[in-house]
Design a protein around this ligand. Structure first.
Ligand code: DMJ
Length: 916
């Protein structure tokens, strides 16, 4: 999401603009004054330091883009751990994520306008030539309409916008003759069949060659799409129409938006997450500002900015009012039910909502933007990155982080709005974390688990399209960018579209639906410009004063409903019983439970929320019982701790979550399956032995390598191509006997991760690894000690990575063995004697075996209110005196309560349906 330059002066720099409605335009003007006013607060950053950080961003971009071009292009994306291109169909399917890949050199197209923003004009010219020469948009591949629109159509249009700007300047791109626009138009026509529904909402997927519904298209039977998927088209489609004069694109995108608006839940003015594209029924009736809905709201406001159409602003304001009423629970943004908007639908937030503070800046509502951004920053400080989802008490819910740019985007806009150098420091932390934890010799790798620091072999194209733009612009002064960024609007993928499109080719008939909009009273605009007194009082510490109370919100958070519980205490009412606080042995709780659903509507509402939370909690508990992964980190040259592989633990041997990590050089055992006494004990003595999965129990392998003197073992899956990206991790089971004799740590790697170590051995012979529960020691990389001064060392690193890559395809095993020895897919070790089916190997890990998780259990301190303290103390006392009341031991009561209430839930769902 976003708006170029925070809108600083964008009205004045575009001469023939359609008249603006007050809100967005004046918000933009407010930002001008803010930027010039703020000088105090965090210490100002010198021009030199800003330039140094800007240069660091440039170097990082070169590392990401250079490795993509060298090792992956023309593939869609770079796989930075194995240093090769991701080609759909050649890698194990990752499900929906792969629908972004259309064999159209996605990363190159997504990077086009970033090259110009980063002042790499020559590289841009080369890149455009490559796109024109190499990219085929007619592949027989099924792609996501949404992703193709925002990344590919947006990328081509952003590239075209800057190509014509450069051509006009007279130096670069003189040969350019709208070729990118022609490609964009071709792609636009390819996407149009997706809109062939009675509702006008597009199908979620389309075959680039065969369209929809034909047998050879392999798509067109879908019934549902997400709201963001149907509502994030207008910027690209309108730009395409206005650039080319072909009005059909804008018409289709408008029609889809009109339909979504019609289908909003009329009493709450919220929209659900997924909708039936044929009937218009809401399929998922929860509503938030993150995954599934996010850019729908973004595009309403930006459509107004780009197209000057008041109806979009009115729709946005109506939704925004609802969001602030129900979803915003400062500093949290929590999903609610569209029909019962006082009812939270989740107890966790997703990382995509990090764009929202940036959108609030564009709207002109700075205070909640500062609050939410600060809360997110606290989460990042705890985990180095924003996990894909985290709970209301800031525990990790989904531990991945695919290098998403949303938080950097909001940081940029908040800096533009406030001029507070604090946001520059935030940006500096983001840069440091990316270099320290995500940078690998061949690019930047997504985090598989922010708790262990392990990587995923993935570098999404949006990392280049968005992250580097926002980080670079954060530190750039006007003269550091070769054009005026304020003449453009950012799409959701941060592609740049010129604001002059607002007055070009306006031939679309606009629906006059003003009478349908909710009358918003003045209070709706209290938090928006032009109320400069609220936004920018003459207090240079304004932003800081909003952040201050939230400084410890994550580390020292009160573990129960932060705001609403406090509020109910203040008002004298008893706080409702929350599922996470429920104790089956507490008579008061049982009494409350009985009352729920009976007497008053408030009780009934509490009851419904309780049930919802119970379901959520129960699935959360199941998740938490899943395995906390371990990490295998390659610490020797040239990896220096940069490559961290996701590993599964064993039920026996040294528990790495309780003990110090084990570090050592690796050696392959002979026989490689480790199923008999080792014939090369001298090679594995004092080392970490590599053993192949299969042919005997895991424990037997462990004993054999331990007897040979190994200090640890890594079992590598014999199932070629398996990877922790696509297969669930499991815990290596024992052999049913006493395994206390096994004292060394044992970890399991899937084949893909294992082959990274095997390839490294082939290349460098001496490979040292660290086995731990969380990656460490990254600071020891000599290159990173010099990272502020990018040097040719990078090149040598890249070269090493390249060498690994070139060898990676050839190597299967370091140690060849006879075909009989390496029988594939026979895994007796995974069968525990008590349970002989395969599931035995996937035994539940010890609960809370991950110290990070333990540590994350929030504890009260002075930051909590006294009442919260009392509540917590009470609950702690109860737990102390009755050890049987911990959640882990209450699984049965929860299950039975849920079973009893199943009927009620069904009734509730029916009720919701009726309301529609
Ligand atoms: C981007 O592709 C877009 O910003 C999209 O709207 C959602 N987020 C991803 C990156 O996280």
């Amino acid at each position: 999401m976003s708006e170029a330059g925070g809108g600083r002066g964008f009205g004045s720099s575009v001469p023939q603009r359609a008249p603006w409605s007050l809100v967005a335009a004046t918000a933009a003007l407010c930002l001008v004054s803010a930027t010039s006013v703020w000088t105090a607060g965090a210490s100002p950053m010198s021009r030199e330091e800003k330039q140094k950080l800007g240069n660091q961003v440039l170097e990082m971009f070169d590392h990401a883009y250079g490795n993509y071009m060298e090792h992956a292009y023309p593939a869609d994306e770079l796989m930075p751990l194995t240093c090769r291109g991701r080609v759909r169909g050649q890698e194990p399917s990752r499900g929906d994520v792969d629908d972004a890949l259309g064999k159209f050199s996605l990363t190159l197209i997504d990077s086009l306008d970033t090259l110009v923003v980063l002042n790499k004009t020559k590289e841009f010219e080369d890149a455009v030539r490559k796109v024109l020469r190499d990219v085929n948009l007619d592949n027989d591949v099924v792609v996501s309409v949404f992703e193709t629109n925002i990344r590919v159509l947006g990328g081509l249009l952003g590239g075209h916008s800057l190509a014509i700007m450069l051509k006009e300047k007279g130096e670069y791109m003189q040969w350019y003759n709208d070729e990118l626009l022609q490609m964009a138009k071709q792609l636009g026509y390819k996407l149009l069949p997706a809109f062939n529904t009675t509702s006008g909402l597009p199908y979620p997927r389309i075959n680039l060659k065969f369209g929809i519904r034909k047998p050879e298209a392999r798509t067109g039977t879908e019934t549902d799409t997400c709201t963001a998927c149907a509502g994030t088209l207008i910027l690209e489609f309108a730009a395409l129409s206005r650039f080319t004069g072909a009005t059909i694109f804008e018409e289709y995108a408008r029609k889809a938006l009109d339909f979504l608006w019609e289908k909003r839940q009329r009493s709450s003015n919220l929209v659900g997450v997924t909708i039936n594209i044929h009937t218009g029924d809401w399929v998922r009736k929860d509503s938030g500002v993150g995954a599934g809905i996010d850019s729908y709201y973004e595009y309403l406001l930006k459509a107004y900015v780009l197209l000057g159409d008041d109806s979009f602003l009115e729709r946005f304001n109506t939704h925004y009012d609802a969001i602030m009423r129900y979803i915003s629970q400062p500093p949290l943004l929590l999903d609610v039910h569209i029909h019962k908007p006082m009812l939270n639908a989740r107890t966790w937030m997703d990382a995509l909502l990090a764009f929202f503070p940036g959108l609030q800046v564009l709207k002109g509502d700075i205070r909640p933007a500062i609050e939410t951004h600060e809360m997110l920053y606290q989460v990042i400080k705890k985990h180095n990155f924003l996990p894909e989802a985290f709970t209301t008490d800031f525990r990790v819910h989904w531990a991945q982080h695919p290098l998403r740019p949303e938080f950097a985007e909001s940081t940029y806009f908040l800096y533009k709005a406030t001029g507070d150098p604090y946001y520059l420091e935030v940006g500096k932390t983001l840069i440091e974390n990316l270099n320290k934890y995500a940078r690998v010799p061949c690019g930047f790798a997504a985090m598989k688990d922010v708790r262990t620091g392990s990587h995923e072999d993935r570098m999404d194209s949006f990392f280049l399209a968005e992250m580097f733009k926002y980080l670079y612009l954060l530190f750039a002064d006007k003269e550091d960018v070769i054009f005026d960024i304020e003449d453009y609007i950012f799409t959701t993928e941060a592609h740049l579209l010129p604001l002059w499109l607002s007055t070009t080719n306006q031939r679309i008939s606009k629906k006059n639906t003003t009478s349908e909009y909710t009358e918003l009273d003045d209070s709706n605009f209290d938090w928006t410009c032009p109320n400069t007194q609220i936004l920018f009082p003459n207090d240079p510490l304004y932003a800081q004063s909003i952040r201050e109370p939230l400084k410890n919100v994550v580390d020292k958070s009160c573990p129960r409903g932060i705001i609403r519980v406090e509020e109910s205490f203040r008002s004298g009412a008893k706080p409702p019983l929350r599922a996470r606080d429920f104790m089956a042995t507490n008579p008061e709780h049982l009494e409350i439970l009985k009352k729920m659903g009976a007497a008053s509507s408030i009780d009934a509402e509490d009851g419904l929320r309780f049930m919802q939370e119970m379901i959520e909690l129960s699935s959360q508990q199941q998740k938490e019982q899943q395995l906390p992964p371990r990490a295998v980190q390659i610490v020797s040259h040239p990896f220096f701790g940069r490559v961290v592989l996701t590993a599964g633990p064993a039920q026996f041997g040294l528990d790495l979550s309780k003990h110090k990590e084990t570090r050592g050089f690796v050696a392959s055992s002979k026989p490689y399956n480790g199923c008999s006494e080792l014939t090369n004990p001298e090679a594995v003595m004092g080392k970490i032995a590599l053993i192949q999965r299969g042919q005997c129990m895991f424990a037997e392998k462990a004993r054999n390598i331990q007897n040979a003197g190994a200090i640890g073992g890594i079992v590598i899956d014999d199932n070629e191509g398996s990877s922790s990206d696509t297969a669930p991790l499991f815990q290596m089971a024992g052999d049913g006997k006493d395994t206390d004799d096994i004292t060394i740590p044992m970890l399991f790697l899937f084949s893909k991760e294992g082959s990274i170590i095997l390839d490294a051995i082939r290349e460098y012979e001496e490979v040292e690894v660290l086995l731990s529960d969380k990656a460490k020691d990254r600071g020891k990389d000599p290159e990173m000690e010099n990272e502020e001064q990018p040097s040719s060392e990078n090149d040598s690193q890249n070269q090493s990575a390249e060498q690994i890559a070139s060898s990676s395809q050839e190597v299967d095993l370091v140690d060849q063995e006879s075909p009989e020895e390496s029988s594939v897919n026979s895994h007796p070790e995974s069968l525990s004697p008590a349970d002989t089916d395969n599931a035995a190997s996937i035994s539940p890990p010890e609960q809370n075996s991950n110290p990070t998780e333990n540590h994350e259990t929030t504890s009260l301190d002075g930051e909590c209110t006294d009442l919260d303290n009392q509540l917590q103390e009470q609950s702690e006392t109860e737990e102390d005196s009755n050890p049987n009341v911990s959640w882990g031991k209450k699984v049965q009561p929860i299950d039975s309560i849920l079973a009893d209430w199943n009927e009620d839930i069904e009734a509730f769902e029916m009720m919701e349906k009726d309301e529609l």
